[in-house]
Design a protein around this ligand. Sequence first.
Ligand SMILES: [Zn+2]
Ligand SMILES: [Zn+2]
Length: 342
Amino acid sequence: MKAIVMDEFGEPDVLKMQEIPRPLPGADEVLVRIKCCGVCHLDLILRSGMRSRVKPPRILGHELAAEVLEVGANVDDFVPGDRITSFNFQACGKCADCLRGRPSLCRQTLGDIGQTRDGGYAEYAVLLASNLVKLPDGMLFEHACFAACVYGPPYKAIRGVGKIQPGQTVVITGASGGLGLAAIQITKSLGARSIAITSNASKVDRLKALGADEVVVSPDGAFGEDVRQLTKGRGADLVVELIGSPTFHGSLRSLAPGGRIAVVGELHGTPVEINLGLLIIKEFELHGVQSANRAELQEILQFMHDNAIEPTIWKSLPLDKAAEAHRELANREVIGRVLLVP
Ligand SMILES: [Zn+2]
Ligand SMILES: [Zn+2]
């Protein structure tokens, strides 16, 4: 099969097309034909060698959608022809955290697709059946491949943590990034009101076009007062915190009494201060959010399909243009997602 094998860390040119044997599925695994695979910023970090868990040679790509070709002896929930996508972390499925439906907390993890196991920059891949979810009828592979990585965390934040109802208000920091745009779409589909926070005034029109009800340009993270004004002094029911410590103070100041903060991203790793008196008086809730689990991913796919939520696709490139895709993503000109199609 043809695959982009990363033989060493380095510049985009290390992503070279090779002809390698097609892998065979083990008893708990499934052989799939890749239909498309998103190129994620994480892939650029992995290629550079900054994540030591990846050991070349490796096939990158965790944002994949595919068709099942063959199933292993123990696999009874998939048959050839099934259309699937996957989430990338491979939990053990047996520990206490896995059994209580919290696989993102699994400490016996088998690693991640596209990191410790070969991923979707290839014509075929072998994946654990426990990582796969079937697509709703009629949903495009090109949309489904982004469900786990792009829509999963904001969906979990807004529906799982925020329990957002029509008419409630959601503040989204880092709104012009991929997860931020997804959060705006999800909020709108729920009939709730979004207040998008961005540091960049040039992003305002695009955020509004994608459905943001209000956009606050805040280069210094001091948007709490703007949110209070936009909510007639009450504050927001939920903050989806995609930036982390640089915006956290503004997020706290944005909260309505009893509001929730879902921290999805932390770009700086700087400790933050919380006034515990404020925590008591406002009875606010602070939650960390990782990836969606299997049941949540199934729900997200259905939600995207039912609400006609589509990711913005900047470009589809053939598989042998993987290096070009990485270069484009690195230069920050890309608005939306880049796809590789074998
Ligand atoms: Zn990703
Ligand atoms: Zn586990």
